[in-house]
Design a protein around this ligand. Structure first.
Ligand code: 5AD
Ligand code: SF4
Length: 471
């Protein structure tokens, strides 16, 4: 196993650029030492966990082909931007980064490729619009990237996007050695009115359960403590391939490996089944957390969004979840300022967060996206109103989260310690996904922590018992 690094910029929420050490297995020392000039790659990722994980795959494929991953554009022969298109702001941020490569190109030869959902959808138009872009790749089919780069070097010119339809089995260069993302399905067949994902990633395709379980078993032997099963809508797993069984079955298979913790995301409320909840309740290693995007609390808006449930049905699903999975922490996504959203619609959303009391929410202002249905309707909620609604919902949610977190003070929680905070302390996640900050411990250990304080975003405590003995 060799350590290397590639850079990951998470989300479009203005998070600082982070460089994660990553671990690659299955690469021999000879292959590694053959890394030569011309084969230094820099990868920058924008977007969701799917994109982050795909960058781990791109990094793995490049390393297998003899590339070394570097942490600065200045050190790279090839720069790859894995871009997101879910909101306009995300797309613009990627374009904003092209300037840094243009600077470098003035000094020396460096190739720039743009891919991910952005490359898939904007395709060759990126080559027209940005002369600095040498090639475009899509949101899948990364296995052939090294050959395509070689071709580009041999023939010159600029390569258009390519996007084979299958889920590829590629080696991963993982950013964490504690928690590993594992794809169970790609794409989405839901076509919510505002969402570009079905166009960017194609229809939902499930990965064979045997491949998923084999990957998790491999991760267990490699010492990983947690897997995060990834799909745009995990609850629809297997619908394209009935012989695969459904998500509840797959979750149970994964839980039966010896992996200490299993998480999954994202769950579409409409497709949630009692079987999945029962598996969550029955298997100790399946975490007590459910990310259940509601998007809005207004029946009118939910219908326009084509979400397939109304406010009352969402509330019933929440009740069922809480009945079956004791102590579950619910989190959600919300869009504010969807076309036609009135003050009364927004009040319904505010009421929903009051009633459900989510542990945390991810709220974003609506932006029209190409190809989607809602882009045909006027984006008529003003920027000012969107901003104001976003602030109102975030500030009320901060109060709710603080009250919920304060209920944990004085109690003990099991925490998987995942990394270091900027100020040199350690952080991890409780079983129910709450962030917990501790003063001492070791990354990768599952510790029992006594909670001594709470803020709206985290709990703080001290380690009582760690997997490696008392601290
Ligand atoms: N505008 C704003 N937010 C969006 N999302 C998806 N599409 C849009 C859009 N056009 C949000 C949804 C989704 C999350 C990943 O991004 O809340 O759950
Ligand atoms: Fe987009 Fe809806 Fe699919 Fe989620 S379920 S990825 S919001 S289309």
């Amino acid at each position: 196993m060799y350590r290397t690094a590639h850079r990951i910029d998470q989300g479009e929420e203005g998070n600082a650029i982070l460089s994660f050490p990553s671990v690659i297995d299955g690469i021999s020392a000879i292959q590694y030492s053959q890394s030569v000039m011309g084969k230094r790659a820099y990868i920058e990722t924008w977007g969701c966990q799917m994109n982050l994980h795909q960058s781990e795959g791109i990094a793995g494929v490049l390393q297998r082909a003899g590339y070394t991953l570097v942490e600065e554009i200045e050190e790279a022969d090839i720069v790859l931007f894995n871009g997101c298109m879910i909101r306009q702001k995300a797309e613009e941020k990627v374009y904003g980064r092209i300037g840094a490569v243009v600077e470098e190109k003035r000094k020396r030869s460096v190739l720039l490729g743009i891919g991910g959902c952005l490359g898939h959808l904007r395709g060759d138009s990126l080559l027209e619009r940005f002369p600095a872009v040498d090639f475009v790749f899509g949101s899948r089919g990364h296995g052939s990237l090294p050959e395509r780069i070689e071709q580009l070097r041999r023939t010159g010119g600029r390569l258009p996007a390519q996007d084979p339809p299958t889920i590829e089995e590629v080696p991963f260069s993982r950013k964490s050695s504690v928690t590993a993302m594992v794809t169970i399905a790609e794409g989405c067949s839901n076509f919510c009115s505002y969402c570009i994902v079905p166009y960017a990633r194609g229809p939902m395709r499930s990965r064979a359960p045997a491949l998923v379980v084999r990957e998790v078993e491999h991760l267990v032997s490699a010492g990983f403590q947690e897997v995060l099963l990834l799909g745009q809508n995990v609850n629809s797993y297997g619908r394209d391939r009935p012989e695969f069984g459904g998500f509840a079955e797959l979750l149970d298979w994964v839980a039966r490996t010896r992996i200490p913790r299993v998480r999954f995301t994202t769950s579409h409320p409409r497709d949630m089944t009692v079987d999945v909840l029962k598996t969550m309740a029955a298997r100790d290693n399946v975490c007590n957390h459910l990310h259940l995007p509601c998007q809005s609390g207004s029946d009118r808006i939910l219908q326009a969004m084509r979400r397939g449930y109304n406010r009352g049905q969402y509330r019933s699903i929440v009740d069922a979840v809480r009945d079956v999975v004791e102590g579950v922490n619910l989190t959600t996504d919300i869009i504010v300022g969807y076309p036609g959203e009135t003050e009364s619609d927004f009040a319904d959303t505010m009421r929903l967060i009051e009633e459900v009391r989510f542990g945390s929410i991810f709220a974003a202002k609506y932006s029209p996206r190409p190809l989607t249905r809602s882009a045909l309707v006027e984006d008529d909620v003003s920027e000012g109103t969107k901003n104001e609604r976003l602030q109102r919902i975030l500030s009320r949610q901060r109060e709710i989260a603080l009250e919920e977190n304060e209920r944990w003070v004085g109690r003990d929680v099991r925490v998987l310690i995942e990394g270091e905070t900027r100020d040199g302390r350690l952080y991890g996640r409780a079983d129910d996904h709450r962030t917990v900050v501790v003063e001492a411990g070791a990354i990768g250990e599952l510790a029992t922590v006594h909670v001594e304080g709470a803020t709206a975003s985290a709990l703080a405590g001290s380690v009582l018992i760690s997997a490696k003995g008392n601290s």
